[in-house]
Design a protein around this ligand. Sequence first.
Ligand code: GTP
Ligand code: MG
Length: 452
Amino acid sequence: MPASDTIVALSTPVGESAIAVIRLSGPSCPELAQAIMGRTNPLKVRFAHFGNYLDISGKQIDDCVFTLFQEGKSFTGEPMLEIAPHGNPLIVQKIMEDLLARGCRSAEAGEFTRTAFLNGKMDLSQAEAVSDLIRARSDRSIEVAQRQLHGSVGRKMSELTDRLLSVMAHLEAYIDFPEEDLPNENQSGPAQDLRNLINEMKELIETQHYSALLHEGIKTLIVGEPNVGKSSLINALTGAERSIVSDIPGTTRDYISAFLMLGPWRIEILDTAGLHEAGDAIEQLGINHTIEQAETADFFLLMLDASGQSPSLPTELLERMTVENTIVIENKTDLPGAEVHDTFLPEFKHVRLSLLDKTGLSLLRSTWIESIEAGLKQPNADGVVVNARHAASLGDAVDALRLALDKLGDEELTELVAADLRDAVEFIGQVVGKVDNERMLDSLFKQFCIGK
Ligand SMILES: Nc1nc2c(ncn2[C@@H]2O[C@H](COP(=O)(O)OP(=O)(O)OP(=O)(O)O)[C@@H](O)[C@H]2O)c(=O)[nH]1
Ligand SMILES: [Mg+2]
């Protein structure tokens, strides 16, 4: 973006609302604010000014609140202006047209945050967190996005970089000044440090799965034989007639999905076709779909009719189910012939329900939350969760550290270790979008105590 550009965008959704917020960023904000408000004196910064918006021809458009932020003390780091008119789409359109006529340019998607990153107001992981936070749909994903916005990923990368730099300093001292009076090189120290770093980074990479679950929802499949009450369950959980319920076995032919909140978790729940020896070709297709969906499912609610036989399920499905990711639901406990099916998958958790009497649902919810929290690989105490991009860079860093580790054992190759470590620092730097060379030098020379 050329330095002279002032960008503008509507920051609130299009439509009717009490107020709308139009945001501007760029060098002409202070003068624009004065011109629009018809003032001769500058606006006080970070102060809510009430006034009328005058268009370029001097016509009044609406009463607005104007807030000016000075360079260096705004979200983007540039001068910024926020204009809050009434939330009428026509008023907003008139103001936007007027600002374009005054020489502003429409902002591109994400341009405010990109400008903030380019001006050093936040690192790349924080910029990503802005969009995560806007899109977060559960308490847990809001928490993680907020931690990332406050720099949790950046701090973790910074800590990893510092530790790597100190290994480098130790090794480089040896390489560059072998004749100096350095303590005998003990390579088990750096090698162990590298192994610890690799393990820690691998753990971080695994949290990527957690981040996908947070943002996309925990994909949960309701499976079981026909007519056991699977569709009745999705309807009870979502509080909507999402799926057709009937006493005809084989009613659900294809899967139906819905989203719901389970405590702090976002769940994508799928009602599937009943599993049995298929009656017709369409049913068989539905059953194939269920097996396909099971390949990417995170959790299973395996439902049976307590008044009937324990089910026999396809092995492709059973082998995906574990004690951690499955709850057996014994439904229709209201029926006279209902029995306890505790010999069916006895090691799995069982919950008894009657969807007809509406009993057992709250026990199902609490058991389900417990299972998710026990089975899910939760991030460490510091709560750092990485996304797919971070994980890819960290994976490259781990590869570089492994190369370094291999070379450490071979005296002839020791000089090449530093290059691998520098690569690793670079890859870790990619997570936050920068490599702080100044700090790298500081850290290196602090340990040398050269002074000569
Ligand atoms: N008695 C009793 N009937 C139930 C209960 N839950 C569901 N039903 C009835 O069982 C029948 C089948 O329910 P569905 O929810 O359509 O079952 P489904 O597992 O989706 O069946 P398919 O789609 O055919 O595989 C319906 O008549 C429901 O009203 C329950 O707890 N007790
Ligand atoms: Mg059904």
